[in-house]
Write a protein that binds this ligand. Structure first.
Ligand code: SAH
Ligand code: SF4
Ligand code: F3S
Length: 454
C-alpha cells in the first residue's frame, strides 16, 4: 500500500503553487494524496507570514498535530513556506516533535528529506538558507490527471527586491530571480497541450520581469536566454501556446510601461482584469511605505489602462492603520475608492512584521480599535461600489470559462474575463469551455447568467 501525504497550504498563489509542487514531487515518489490528516504518513503545513494572524496559524496547526504525533510517532510532520523561513530552528525548539522545517527555496528537497526521516538517517532536518540567485532553479512539475486541468499557475519569477517598509516577503522569499523566458514559454506550451485553458503567470512583481539586478547579472553571464520584457513574454505565451486566457499577478504600480498597457489593446487572450495594489490613497503614507509612486502616478496608470480598454476590471490591495496614517490620510484612501471605483479590493489592517523597516523604526501608533473601524468603513464603501458595478453588468454578455459545479451543487460556475464569479444552469459537458453568458442577476459577490441561445 502506498504512503499518503496531507498538505495544508496558507497564503498567496505562490505558496499555493509550492504546495501543489510538493504534492507532485511526493506523487512522483509513489505517494498518494489524502484530505484526512489522520490517514497521512506525511503531514506538511505550508505556511504564510504576511500578517500576524497568518503566522499564528502555524502554532495552532502544529500544536493540533501533537496528539496525532504521540499516537503515531512514525508520521513525518513538517512546516514549509514563509513562516518556516522566518522562524527556522525556533520552530523546532518550540515544537520538539517537529521533523522538518523547509523554506521556500528548498521545496525540491521535500521527498529526500522526508525519506531521510523515514529511514531514520536523520532525526530531524531544517533547510532555510537562501540559494544564491545564480544557483536558483525553478521547479517545473506539470499538473497530473488528478488535478484541475482547466486552470494552472505558471511561475515567472521568485522573491522580491522592493523592500516596502511594511512587508516581510523580501525576508522570507529572498532576492528576486527571473525565470528563463524559454523555460516559461515551453511550460505554457506544455500546459496548453494538456488541455489547460487558462494560465496565471505568477511573481511578486510580474510587471518588473527581466529588469531587476539579478536578471541583468544573469544576462551578462549568459547563463540564461536573453530576457524579454513582460509585455513581450505575454505576447509569446499568447502566440505560441494553445492557452485560451492569460492572467497575471501581482503587478507593482511603479512599473507600468506603455508597452504593457498597450498590450491590452492588442492581445485578445489577456483577461480583462488588472490587479494593481495601491496600498493607500495618501502620498504621505505611500512615501513611508517606500512604494515609489504617488497617488497621482497611480491614477494616471488607471486612466491609461481605461483609455486602452474601458472594460478592464480593476482590483487592488489596501492596508489601513499603517503607522502615521491619520484620519485625513485614511479619508484620502476612501476618496480614492470613489475616484477609481475598483471592481473589488482586498483590505487588511496593518500588522508589524519582523525585520521590516516599519516594525523596527515606525511606532505602531494606530490603535487596534481604530484599525478595525477604518477597515469596516473601507469595506462598507467598497461593498456598495462592487454591488453597483455588478448591477451595471445585468443585461450584458460575459465570456465565462466554466470550472464545474458551484459549491452549493445546484448550479455550474466559472469566471468571466473580468474575474467575476458567474453561476448558471450548466452541465458536465460545459466544463472547460468558454461560454458567452447573458447576465440576468447581480449579487454582492457573484453574478447569475444564462446561455445565450442566439
Ligand atoms: N507583491 C505584492 C504584495 C504581496 S503581499 C505588491 O507589491 O503589492 C499581499 C498584500 O498583503 C499586500 O499587497 C498588502 O496589502 C498586504 N500586506 C503585506 N504586508 C502587510 C502587513 N504587514 N500588514 C498588513 N497587510 C500587509
Ligand atoms: Fe512586499 Fe513590496 Fe515586494 Fe510586494 S513589492 S512583495 S509589498 S516588498
Ligand atoms: Fe504569505 Fe509568503 Fe505569499 S508570506 S503572502 S505565502 S509570499
Amino acid at each position: 500500500m502506498s504512503r499518503k501525504y496531507y498538505i495544508k497550504t496558507y497564503g498567496c498563489q505562490m505558496n499555493d503553487l509550492d504546495g501543489q509542487q510538493m504534492g507532485r514531487l511526493l506523487k512522483s515518489q509513489g505517494y498518494e494524496s489524502t484530505p484526512i490528516p489522520d490517514e497521512a504518513d506525511v503531514i506538511l503545513v505550508n505556511t504564510c507570514s504576511i500578517r500576524e494572524k497568518a503566522s499564528a496559524k502555524v502554532y495552532s496547526d502544529v500544536g493540533r498535530f501533537r496528539a496525532l504525533k504521540l499516537r503515531r510517532p512514525e508520521v513525518v510532520l513538517g512546516v514549509t513556506g514563509c513562516q518556516a523561513q522566518a522562524e527556522g530552528l525556533h520552530l523546532q525548539k518550540r515544537f520538539p516533535y517537529l521533523d522538518l522545517v523547509i523554506g521556500p527555496d528548498h521545496t525540491n528537497q521535500v521527498p529526500d528529506l522526508v525519506e531521510a526521516i523515514y529511514q531514520k538517517s536523520k532525526k530531524s532536518a531544517s533547510e532555510v538558507h537562501f540559494e544564491k540567485p545564480d544557483d536558483y532553479r525553478f521547479l517545473n512539475l506539470l499538473p497530473d490527471e488528478s488535478e484541475d486541468s482547466i486552470k494552472a499557475y505558471l511561475t515567472i519569477m521568485k522573491g522580491c527586491d522592493n523592500f516596502c517598509s511594511f512587508c516581510v516577503v523580501p525576508y522570507v522569499r529572498g532576492r528576486e530571480v527571473c525565470r528563463d523566458p524559454e523555460e516559461i514559454i515551453n511550460e505554457a506550451i506544455q500546459l496548453g497541450e494538456m488541455g489547460v485553458r487558462e494560465v496565471t503567470l505568477l511573481g511578486q512583481n510580474v510587471n518588473s520581469y527581466g529588469v531587476g539586478r539579478h536578471s541583468e547579472e544573469a544576462r551578462l553571464k549568459k547563463h540564461r536566454s536573453p530576457f524579454i520584457s513582460f509585455a513581450k513574454l505575454l505576447r509569446r505565451v499568447a502566440d505560441e501556446s494553445k492557452i485560451g486566457r492569460i492572467r497575471f499577478t501581482t503587478s507593482h504600480p511603479k512599473d507600468m510601461p506603455d508597452e504593457l498597457i498597450e498590450e491590452f489593446g492588442e492581445n485578445a487572450k489577456l483577461a480583462r482584469h488588472f490587479h494593481l495594489p495601491v496600498q493607500s490613497g495618501s502620498d504621505q503614507v505611500l512615501q513611508s511605505m517606500y512604494r515609489g509612486y504617488t497617488r497621482n502616478d497611480f491614477l494616471k496608470s488607471i486612466r491609461r489602462l481605461r483609455r486602452i480598454d474601458p472594460s478592464i476590471a480593476l482590483s487592488t490591495d489596501i492596508i489601513v492603520g499603517f503607522p502615521t496614517e491619520t484620519e485625513k490620510d485614511f479619508q484620502c484612501t476612501l476618496d480614492l475608492l470613489d475616484e477609481v471605483r475598483f471592481d473589488s479590493i482586498y483590505s487588511f489592517a496593518y500588522s508589524p512584521r519582523p525585520k521590516t523597516t516599519a516594525a523596527l523604526y515606525f511606532k505602531d501608533e494606530v490603535s487596534e480599535a481604530e484599525k478595525s473601524d477604518r477597515l469596516r468603513r473601507l469595506q462598507d464603501k467598497q461593498n456598495q461600489i462592487t454591488y453597483e458595478i455588478h448591477q451595471c453588468r445585468v443585461g450584458s454578455m460575459l465570456e465565462v470559462l466554466v470550472e464545474g459545479p458551484s459549491k452549493s451543487g445546484t448550479t455550474f460556475c466559472g469566471r468571466s474575463s473580468q474575474n467575476h464569479m458567474v453561476h448558471f444552469e450548466g452541465c458536465e459537458n460545459d466544463r472547460g469551455k468558454f461560454l458567452p453568458l447573458k447576465i440576468f442577476h447581480a449579487g454582492p459577490n457573484s453574478l447569475r447568467g444564462t446561455i445565450d441561445e442566439c
